[in-house]
Design a protein around this ligand. Sequence first.
Ligand code: NAD
Length: 372
Amino acid sequence: MKIFFPKEPDNELRTPIVPLVVQKFRSLEFDILVEEGIGETVSLNDDAYLKAGAKIIKNRVEAFSTADIVCRLNVPNIEETQHLKHNSIHISFLDPFNQKELIDAFAKQSVTAISMEMVPRVTRAQKMDALSSQASLAGYSAVIEAAEKLNKVFPMMMTPAGTISPAKVFVVGVGVAGLQAIATAKRLGARVEAFDTRPTVEEQVLSLGAKFVKIDIGQLEETEQGYAKELNAEQLELQRQGMIKVCGYSDVIITTAQVFGKKAPLIITQDMIDAMQPGSVIIDMAVSTGGNVEGSVAGKTVISNGVIIIGNENLPASVATHASQVYANNLYNMIEEFWDKENKIMNIDINDEILSGCVISHSGESIDPLSK
Ligand code: NAD
């Protein structure tokens, strides 16, 4: 059984496979093929992969056509699907709500496509949950980037030259990324407040030593998976009114509010930005799904009325070594979970509670992610 890991696009610093995980696959007797230079962005040379037991591939197209499983990180280029072997398996992030053509291309090729973002939130799947593994590192990186851009220190300092008060950090959206952002900002000594539309997270916020901002926006629900449901226009307005005072005195705002499969809600409007002190920093972690912050631009830093708005789309890449390590483990755990040792096949039972959530093309049929 051959697994091929092609090199990621030039703008990606992370890699989907690291030598330690090659060894784990080798112990299950997989043949591991990696494209030449696969680890160079995380300072891992081909030799390190060779020593771990991988074969280095120069001809990418040929490897696609012989591999039983292809694993990668980013959404693949649609043209490359034509080289995949019939009945092979492809595992990566696939952005399935926006990539109908790509899903159809997998189906046309009779490829079983597994979408890492669709892995369900069940206990058994936690070890393969790449959205969480990357979001956690992104939450950490967001705080580090904010601390670097802010021209103030985070902790309180009592010095002979006077007392410096701690930076005030406001985290909007307390999922996986938000929780890690709160924990990181607290460790750096900031005073942290947080808000989420799911009231159940209040306890988690308090347990990290932060304050929960209470805003009454009426009845709210979450999906079976624990994702927030979308607010209506009236509720969003109530939320903004409730937040404007906190925004006004915050040195840093980190927004992580997303609604699974939908455009992110616009939460921080221009009047809220204008209420902030010049030099304050906003990190819009939802920038790639539409943005929580008015005027934020994907991949850019914008200054708005003196406030620095950062739209870094790939925060996990700031800590690419660890992001690669955990992503590679997510892939390994996914394959190992369904690996039938005796028959040496990956057991694709689309009625399984995990695979029924994340397989989006199988046996020549594409599966609408909205039907999940
Ligand atoms: P996410 O990335 O979809 O969204 C981030 C946060 O934004 C969520 O907490 C959401 O409630 C919040 N949000 C949405 N709209 C908002 C708004 N208008 N204002 C403020 N906040 C808003 O979320 P996530 O990180 O994927 O986590 C969602 C939940 O799922 C969390 O409770 C998390 O702990 C849980 N989770 C469970 C598992 C598991 O059990 N295997 C795995 C991962 C996450």
